[in-house]
Design a protein around this ligand. Structure first.
Ligand code: MF3
Ligand code: CO
Length: 254
C-alpha cells in the first residue's frame, strides 16, 4: 500500500532528511588516504547524536552500524570496519538513514579518495546524473516506470550497468515503504505518480556487469566481476506541482 503524505507529514520529514544531506556533506572532509570505514562511521554517528536524530540503519534487521560504507566493488551495505583502510584512488559510497519523531530520512553519495582515474570519476558522475534523469520524470501524469526507464537509459547509454537486485523505495514512518523503485524498467508502466508520494530514489551503478553476490558477513554486496560501483540516493517528494529533494536542503551541495 502506497501512503501519500500530507503537507504536515512532508514538513515532519524535512528535519531527518536535512540531517542526512548535512552529514553527507560534512563527511567529505574526512575521506582521505588512511582513514578506516570504522572511523567514518564513528564521525557520522557522533554527528547524528549532536543533531538529535536516531541512526535508522543501526539495529535494522540486525545491521550493526550507523552507516553503510561501501568501497570500490562493494555496491551497498558495506559494514564499517577497522580493517578497511581507504587509499588514494579508491571510490567509496556512504549510505545513511535517520529517524526524528518517528519519520525517516535516507540518502547516499559516492566519493573519491584522493586522486581517482577518469573512468571512476565518470562512474560517479553518471550515477548522480541518472538520479536527476529519474526525477526529471517525477510528475503527475507520469508512471513509476518512467523514472526507472530514465535512470536505466542514462546509465546504459554511458556504457555502465544498473544493479538489478536492489531497488529504491517509498519512505515515511518506515525506512522501506511501498512502492519499490527499480533503477531499470519500461516507460508508462507501474503506479501513477501523485502529489504526496515520497520516494528514496537510489541508482546503484556498476562499471561492468550488474551481477552481485552477498559477502560472508551477510551484508556487503559486491559485484561478481570485482569492478567498481557507485551509489547516489536522495529522498524526494512530489508536491505543489514540483519535485523537492528533501536530502538536499538549501545551502547544501548535492
Ligand atoms: N539505503 C539503504 C536502503 O534503502 C540501506 C538500508 S540497509 C540497512 O535499503 F540495513 F543498513 F539499513
Ligand atoms: Co534507501
Amino acid at each position: 500500500m502506497v501512503k501519500l503524505k500530507s503537507e504536515a507529514e512532508i514538513d515532519a520529514m524535512r528535519y531527518p532528511n536535512r540531517v542526512v544531506g548535512e552529514v553527507l556533506e560534512y563527511i567529505k572532509d574526512y575521506i582521505k588516504d588512511g582513514v578506516t570505514t570504522y572511523d567514518l562511521d564513528r564521525i557520522i554517528e557522533e554527528f547524528f547524536e549532536k543533531k538529535h536524530v536516531i541512526p535508522a540503519f543501526k539495529g535494522y534487521q540486525g545491521y550493526p552500524a550507523a552507516s553503510c560504507i561501501s568501497p570500490n566493488e562493494v555496491v551497498v551495505h558495506g559494514i564499517p570496519s577497522k580493517k578497511i583502510v581507504l587509499k588514494n584512488g579508491d571510490i567509496v559510497s556512504i549510505d545513511v538513514g535517520t529517524i526524528y519523531n518517528g519519520w525517516y530520512g535516507d540518502g547516499a553519495r559516492t566519493y573519491a579518495v584522493g586522486q581517482i582515474d577518469e573512468k571512476k570519476q565518470k562512474l560517479i558522475d553518471v550515477t548522480r546524473d541518472s538520479f536527476f534523469a529519474g526525477i526529471g520524470q517525477f510528475r503527475t501524469g507520469k508512471k513509476l516506470g518512467d523514472i526507472s526507464y530514465a535512470i536505466q537509459t542514462l546509465v546504459e547509454s554511458n556504457g555502465f550497468s544498473v544493479i538489478r537486485d536492489y531497488v529504491g523505495h517509498g519512505i515515511g514512518q518506515a525506512l522501506h515503504e511501498d512502492p519499490q523503485v527499480p533503477n531499470f524498467g519500461k516507460p508508462s508502466r507501474g503506479i501513477p505518480l501523485m502529489e504526496g508520494l515520497v520516494l528514496a530514489i537510489e541508482p546503484m551503478v556498476s562499471m561492468g556487469d550488474w551481477k552481485v553476490r552477498v559477502l560472508e558477513d551477510g551484508w556487503g554486496v559486491v559485484t561478481i566481476d570485482g569492478l567498481p560501483s557507485a551509489h547516489y540516493e536522495n529522498t524526494v517528494v512530489l508536491h505543489k506541482g514540483e519535485v523537492e529533494i528533501l536530502t538536499i536542503p538549501e545551502g547544501i551541495n548535492a
